[in-house]
Design a protein around this ligand. Sequence first.
Ligand code: ZN
Length: 314
Amino acid sequence: MKTIVGLDLGGTFIKVGLVSEKGKILKKEQLPTLGEKGRKVVLSQMEKGISFALKGEKDILGIGIGTPGLVDKEGKIFSAPNLPDWDNLPIRKIFRDKFHLLVVVENDVNTITSGEYIYGAGKGYKNIICITLGTGLGGGMVLDGKLFRGSSLSAAEIGHISICYDGPKCNCGNIGCIERYVGAAYISQMAEDAIKKGRKSKIKDLVKGDLSLITPKIISDAYEKGDSLAKQIWEKVGIYLGTMFSGLVNLLNPEIIIIGGGIAQAGKVLFDAVDKQIKKRAFPLLAKDIKVVPAKLGTDSGIISAASLIKLRY
Ligand SMILES: [Zn+2]
């Protein structure tokens, strides 16, 4: 059986595993990243993880690596947050020379997009938009069956599409970015503001009055209990996202929009609101068959998606 090594490099942990060609995890391991100890140590941790996955295996198709930061077409990391001494690191070359196997490196959201395309919710489609929604909003796209990488270092920075020309300032320097409305902290802020203005909500009971403890998960829990503020917040998030997606639907005419990340767990209320907004705003002919679905690869998605990068190249 042919197998692939998938490595998901995170700020805290390196998750690595051996994956079958069909996307099943055969073995896996987790190691601390140790980013604070510098690049040499991180590279050695990665090497340890890859060696574990390769041990006793013969028919390896390659090693796929998903990493934070900006990665160029040669698999060189341009810069990575939380790994300050990683600028201009030729990570693909390093591991190709070490293991003499095909190595593919992509940034983490492109990696997740590839995983959903090859093994997950996007299987069978050719035009896909994928976002991960958590602290921030990351994006990736498959167009005409190819991962879209743009002309230089980065594309599909969907989180930094502005939905309001005079909106709040974003960390990226732009104004009114979608991330500034639907990032976890801003969703929590919506609840906090409403409660401070006197709105009654189960959200307040769930955090025992300490509004600084509100998270999107708490808002979801309140929604499950029939809370009207929670429902309103998810609908609002759906309107923000749907507004942004409508532009992308008109621009790209995708078949499917995949939403992953912690906030996607808000579930049907959010997906319905996004779908409704797209149908309301985008060209009817482009919007009518669009599917808005949750990401399908579960807890091991980082490893499986990294492995999928090798299938993407085959
Ligand atoms: Zn921004």
